[in-house]
Design a protein around this ligand. Structure first.
Ligand code: ATP
Ligand code: PRP
Length: 229
């Protein structure tokens, strides 16, 4: 019996997660070659490391295939319908900060907030015969935010990467994506409008659906007390 701990398999999110656990006396190390997705956990008994793409950790938590997982709060809320019923946040980890924002061309000087966008979107539809396109991979979060703001004349077009480029490529009029420094938006001549739709950061989550034997409950309680969450 082990507790399965899902950690992002690459990049800053992986390195910062290793540091966060290390600072609490739980040492995570990769084993094998650089390209081998294997590792070990020392300092807590019965914890198995599962290295996963950050974007897949929400699904694994919701399905109960891992007990604990670290990923951005944005991907959990985006990928899992009624996420609170399947996944519980245990601790915000203080890194991986990113804001989900809506952005339009800087040349749209009259558009500063969502009510301006709503007006432009209606005019766009009348002029072009189709709805203004917003490129994003955050469909659920963007739809919920625009619905709450009463914006209806738009369509989402899926973009799984390089989203800020879609406006110059003429496949969208606006984008919704995460930003941290703002450099990518700026380089692509875009400006943020309206409020931040979601403030994301790396978070330790617990699955509410994973099976736990009584031995697992003990292992989990031991790990949680060591990392103080
Ligand atoms: N520039 C950034 N600054 C801070 N956090 C970021 C940034 N880009 C992505 N993230 C965060 O990283 C997490 C993973 O994002 P995402 O699934 O897009 O991963 P990715 O890096 O594209 O990985 P993959 O290539 O494996 O899909 C998200 O929670 C997101 O908020
Ligand atoms: O505000 P900034 O600091 O410029 O960061 C924002 C960029 O970072 C992420 O992209 P990433 O580099 O992960 O590539 P992606 O476009 O393939 O998702 C995100 O999708 C933005 O494009």
């Amino acid at each position: 019996m082990t507790i399965k701990l899902g950690i992002p398999s690459k990049g800053r999110l992986m390195a910062d997660t290793f540091d966060w656990f290390g600072a609490r006396g739980v040492t995570i190390t990769r084993t094998g070659t650089d390209r081998e997705y294997a590792g070990r956990v020392d300092g807590a008994e019965g914890v198995e490391l599962v290295l996963l793409a950050a974007g897949e950790i929400p699904r694994e938590l919701a399905a109960g295939r891992i007990h604990l997982g670290v990923t951005g709060s944005d991907v959990v809320q985006e990928k899992i319908a009624r996420w609170e019923t399947k996944i519980a946040p245990l601790a915000a980890l203080g890194f991986g900060h990113a804001d989900l924002v809506l952005a339009v061309p800087k040349t749209w000087t009259d558009v500063r907030d969502l009510s301006d966008l709503d007006a432009v979107a209606d005019a766009f539809r009348r002029a072009h015969g189709f709805r203004l396109r917003i490129a994003t991979k955050y469909h659920r979060l963007v739809r919920a935010h625009l619905k709450a703001a009463g914006v209806t004349s738009y369509q989402l077009v899926d973009s799984q990467g390089a989203t800020e480029g879609t406006v110059a490529n003429l496949t969208a009029e606006a984008i919704a994506d995460i930003t941290s420094t703002g450099a990518t938006l700026d380089a692509n001549h875009l400006k943020v409008i309206g409020d931040v739709m979601h403030k994301s950061q790396a978070t330790l989550f617990q699955s509410l659906t994973a099976d736990l034997s009584s031995k697992d409950e003990e292992l989990l309680a031991d790990l949680r007390s060591k990392i103080r969450v």
